[in-house]
Ligand binder design. Sequence first.
Ligand code: 5GP
Length: 111
Amino acid sequence: MTIFKKIIDKEVPADIVFEDDKCLAFRDVNPQAPTHVLVIPKKEIASLATAADEDSHLLGHLLSVTRRLAGELGLENGFRVVINSGAEGGQTVDHLHLHLIGGRGLNWPPG
Ligand code: 5GP
């Protein structure tokens, strides 16, 4: 079981900013910018690479929630959404998550 599943089950505390029946959004414990929120499905999907075509509606929902949160969190000057997938993608928690990052200028390309 991953740490994110424990956060979903409220076994581990998190600074939750949004929740519905399909997903949860909470602040990253090690923020990389003034605003850094993780949006995760409640369904245990290990990564984007292992998501199924049947998950398309859920994946779209995660993006819609992320867009709404960007507005609610005041990121009107822009923001970045990142999904790390797999070892070379920099994924460290094996539960699909979208990083919503903003509140400062962000460089490109990433490291
Ligand atoms: P990844 O590297 O897998 O794309 O991102 C995992 C993210 O989860 C990291 O940014 C890390 O700081 C965050 N994280 C790991 N454990 C916890 C935790 O227990 N609570 C919270 N809020 N964030 C976590």
